[in-house]
Design a protein around this ligand. Structure first.
Ligand code: GSH
Length: 308
């Protein structure tokens, strides 16, 4: 079914923990959205024409506007759908803790457990993505200390819920902080439920909180194809850009050539023309022969930008 120019499209795959945050946030908002399932490794021929080469999941699309990284997708969902409020207090700081520190611990626990059963094609893909060996033997060796760290991260949630005495981390209603803090529990709990139960044993407030988050659901999801998503981008014009921040430390003016890349892994450089920067977003425009003008939105935290 054709995708409308204002419809939220999520390029994702079901097992992707970063995508899960966005799906759950759409659930919190009660939003309708279109799901385009991408492969879990390169090549991604229906995705990279939209992103200028960025290949990680998830990516959100609305017409010819493309939101790179779960962080940017979450911010844009909040901007377009402000009710019920989701971005509250330190929610985005909690997001980055979950994405980076806790996620790397979960990677070691999960892949240490999968061990030698990992598909060699997947290993090769992730080595290319990270530029480092995907060292399963090291992950297996680190499994025990990493499990202890994993339980330590979860203990912070238990502690927060216990001391606040509230249903959710920041009060009686769910916020982005809950959705983000839940990501690693969702991943380990889905992949290895018995291990997750063992590592969460005794965390009674967390157990109830976990069920509350699951009850948020995923909003109204309906499937679409990659071809339909490309057609939606081709048929749409990018939306209005934010006002450029003259205080931006980058010192680039709108219209300048710019290159942006993630600063952790999947650092494929994306080149385009600067449209605007704000303290938390960089907007770039790309002229493509296939799809016309595409506008990309990157988060500032976690991405480096320099003159092109
Ligand atoms: N900081 C990024 C990280 C995204 C990420 O690492 N996603 C994983 C999947 S959960 C990925 O793209 N892995 C490689 C792939 O699927 O091709 C975000 O928050 O969106």
């Amino acid at each position: 079914m054709t995708i409308g120019p204002d419809e939220i499209v999520l390029h994702h795959y079901d097992a992707s923990p970063f995508s899960e945050k966005v799906r759950a946030f759409l659930g919190l908002k009660g939003a309708a959205w279109r799901s385009v399932v991408t492969p879990n490794m390169a090549p991604k021929p229906d995705l990279t024409p939209l992103t200028g080469g960025y290949r990680r999941a998830p990516v959100m699309q609305i017409g010819a506007d493309i939101y790179i990284d779960s962080q940017m997708a979450l911010a844009e969902i909040e901007r377009r759908l402000p009710e019920p409020p989701g971005v509250v207090g330190p929610a985005f700081a909690i997001n980055l803790w979950s994405d980076r520190l806790w996620f790397q611990t979960t990677v070691a626990v999960v892949f240490g457990l999968i061990g030698d059963r990992i598909d060699p094609a997947f290993v090769a893909d992730r080595e290319k993505l990270s530029g480092r060996p995907f060292d399963v033997a090291a992950m297996k060796a680190a499994a025990t200390p990493m499990r202890a760290q994993w339980r330590g991260h979860a203990a912070w949630i238990e502690q927060a819920l216990t001391t606040a005495g509230t249903a959710f981390l920041l009060g009686e209603t769910p916020t982005l902080a809950d959705v983000c803090a839940h990501m690693n529990i969702w991943w380990l709990g889905g992949a290895f439920p018995a291990v997750a139960s063992e590592l969460l044993d005794g965390f009674d407030h967390l157990a109830v909180w976990r069920r509350r988050i699951a009850a948020l659901g995923y909003g109204l999801r309906s499937e679409a194809s990659g071809a339909e998503a490309l057609a939606a981008a081709r048929d749409a014009e990018p939306g209005p850009a934010p006002i450029h921040d003259p205080r931006d430390p980058l010192g680039l003016a709108p219209g300048a050539a710019v290159i942006v890349a993630a600063d952790d892994y999947g650092r494929d450089p994306i080149a385009g023309t600067l449209v605007a920067t704000t303290p938390d977003r960089l907007v770039m425009s790309r002229e493509t022969s296939e799809l016309g003008r595409i506008q990309l939105h990157f988060p500032r935290v976690g991405y480096v930008a320099h003159p092109g």
